[in-house]
Write a protein that binds this ligand. Structure first.
Ligand SMILES: NC(=O)c1ccc[n+]([C@@H]2O[C@H](COP(=O)([O-])OP(=O)(O)OC[C@H]3O[C@@H](n4cnc5c(N)ncnc54)[C@H](O)[C@@H]3O)[C@@H](O)[C@H]2O)c1
Length: 340
């Protein structure tokens, strides 16, 4: 399959790697920054390069595109790609408004193209295994889910404009990292009924929040907690799922990430000394697997692992969290139609 990249910045690299690893050919790239464009074209030996992505979309041989532009531009590029009949792997967050996100989902459906959102953690082995354990009922009734994605921009004193400027990014760490965690919250816990969030710009002198927390109540009655931060020390990505019959704990904080399942089955086990099963995961990173899942969905081999609708619901949770923080009150998700 021949594909194109729209946006040639940081994340475009993981898409490029993912396509190559999964046997696709990246034949075109577009970026408004001619220097970045030329550098990537040379580095990756890409035949066609354009400063206007609409020219890339005119190439008939391209079947699919990745939208790797800053958040505010996902909408226009996705709508144009759908109209051009290209399958779309769109970066997260799907968009910055529910109206735009809904239009993107509709445009893809109308054009009969696959729209997958790059909440790549759904293609993470530990998340998939956790979902399987949940489906098996081994955790009993889920009571509490905690999710955390936190970093410090590698120790950088600044946040680059595409993330720190409100007009380009739309929001801060809650939107950037939190949308992944809010998507995983739904993946593990099902629909969310209510959210109550707090956030602030506590470390960097930027226009958007660098530290955020959202408390969730799932429709099931379970409680959840999402932490997103650019003011952390180092880097952590993890989830912790507790049920009446056991617990799942996963973090990349302490070396090789391992999914730890605690449960009581063997005679004599106690919650102080439960049975423990450890799972580790080798092979391609989740970004590469997510691209592979996108290509497999296009070929009709499996359902889309993170659909446009999933991306839309993650945006709804993000926007409800912003409204909650502004009003300092809980927000009901049912019928929520708020904006940034
Ligand atoms: N899934 C993930 O884990 C993950 C990780 C990092 C970033 N992202 C997302 O990827 C997107 C891009 O992030 P990044 O880190 O690559 O940012 P970046 O600033 O490194 O790159 C963005 C690129 O888009 C280009 N661009 C801007 N306007 C354009 C236009 N109209 N047409 C074509 N190109 C245009 C810029 O020149 C730049 O090269 C953001 O939406 C971000 O949220 C996702």
């Amino acid at each position: 399959m021949k594909v194109g990249l729209i946006g040639a910045g940081g994340i475009a690299g993981t898409h490029h790697k993912g396509y190559l690893a999964n046997g696709a050919r990246v034949v075109a790239i577009a970026d408004i920054n001619p220097a970045a464009l030329e550098a990537r074209q040379l580095e990756w030996n890409i035949p066609h390069a354009f400063t206007d992505y609409r020219d890339l979309l005119k190439l008939p041989e391209i079947e699919a595109v990745s939208v790797c532009t800053p958040n505010a531009l996902h909408y226009s590029a996705t709508i144009a790609a759908a109209r051009a009949g290209k399958h779309i792997l769109c970066e997260k967050p799907l968009s910055l408004s529910l109206g735009e996100a809904t239009a993107m989902v509709k445009a893809a459906a109308k054009a009969s193209v696959t729209l997958q959102v790059n909440h790549h953690l759904r293609s993470n082995g530990a998340a998939f295994k956790a979902r399987q354990i949940l489906d098996s009922g081994a955790l009993g009734r889920v009571t509490f889910i905690r999710l955390r994605q936190a970093h410090d921009w590698g120790g950088s004193p600044q946040v680059r404009d595409s993330f720190g400027k409100k007009n380009l990014a739309g929001g801060g760490t809650l939107l950037d990292n939190g949308c992944h965690m809010l998507d995983l919250a739904r993946y593990f816990g099902g629909p969310v009924q209510e959210v109550y969030a707090r956030m602030g710009a506590l470390k960097f002198g930027i226009e958007v929040e660098d530290t955020a927390h959202a408390s969730l109540r799932f429709t099931s009655g379970a409680i959840g907690e999402v932490e997103a931060s650019w003011s952390a020390t180092g880097w952590e990505e993890g989830f912790w799922i507790y049920g009446t019959q056991g617990a799942l704990e996963y973090t990349n904080r302490y070396g090789k990430p391992v999914l730890r399942h605690s449960f009581r089955v063997s005679p004599g086990t106690t919650w102080a000394e439960p049975d423990v099963a450890l799972y580790d995961f080798a092979g391609e990173p989740s970004h590469t697997r997510h691209v592979g899942n996108f290509l497999a969905a296009i070929r009709g081999e499996r359902p889309v692992i993170c659909s446009g609708e999933d991306g839309l619901e993650a945006v709804r949770l993000v926007l409800a969290s912003y409204q909650s923080a502004r009003l300092n009150q809980p927000i009901q998700l049912k019928g929520f139609k708020g904006a940034l």
